[in-house]
Design a binder for this molecule. Sequence first.
Ligand code: AFP
Length: 336
Amino acid sequence: MQSITLTRFLIEQQREANALPSELRLLIETVARACKTISYSVAKGALGEVLGSLGSENVQGEVQKKLDVIANELLLDANEWGGHLAAMASEEMETIHRIPNRYPKGEYLLLFDPIDGSSNIDVDLSVGTIFSVLKAPEECSGREVTEQDFLQSGRNQVAAGYAIYGPQTLLVLTIGTGVYEFTLDREIGSWRMTDGPMQMPQGTCEFAINMARRKQWSTGVARYIDERIEGAEGPCGKDYNMRWTASMVADVHRILKRGGIFMYPADARHPDKARLRLMYEANPMSFLIEQAGGAATNGFGPIMDVQPNGLHQRVGVVLGDRAEVEIVTEYGRETA
Ligand code: AFP
């Protein structure tokens, strides 16, 4: 039997699970359509004159790639007129993007990292788009949306997902009823379900961390990694492999499919210094990982329990295999 399309899946979720209001279904389809367009831009590469940097910096102080801005504009243009959203927020924009008065407004807040892993674009490695959906607070209907309205914990997410632009273009999505993967059928331009409900394998001996950041690690993280490098001769009693793609979307997708642990801990010398952003990287990925039977912490407690204090707040990330994440947390407690 042919795999079902994203549209059919969402309509069936709406009927069966009653977990999907029409407005949210339409929002997800709009984001998926924008990711399809981004995929075509990414795939053009040098032929589409989309590679390289713009010479500008974003709010994070990071050099903006052309595709960062192209993808950001595509997501804003696709989502601002549909009537599903009260506002949007992006890694590439300092403050929120309110829905222009000429368009109807909806009850959802959309947050996204338009191109995650953008330092990989020019060397043809997988990159992706990460998105998270929250509900706007009730009182928003009578006033302008503010940045404060976005500062909700990850537990409030009603949907989250990513597109990964790699050998295949995939969309991985949860609305709280499990994790589902769709592959872009380029011949007819539709998303077709190719996996799900996904449960990430447990017990895989593979860790993902940027080893060059060792000086930033706590003694607990250093102990955890050193033991895995010692392998079968060490306290683990088994050998581990390592992967690091410097594209969170690619690393998380690998972990969802074959297990393991992903770590980008906060700098132990300056705990408020971390690499990954809470609202549009860590929270959506944590929602997916927990829905797929894994764990996601900031090294101390669940990421989705963190109460945000800023739109671009950064956080340490340890996610994936439940037992491995718990060991990192335990080592952190022992050395605290
Ligand atoms: P870019 O989008 O600037 O390439 O950063 C990607 C990222 O936010 C995340 O996707 C990676 O896991 C992490 O940064 C890689 O960081 P390092 O370059 O320090 O390894």
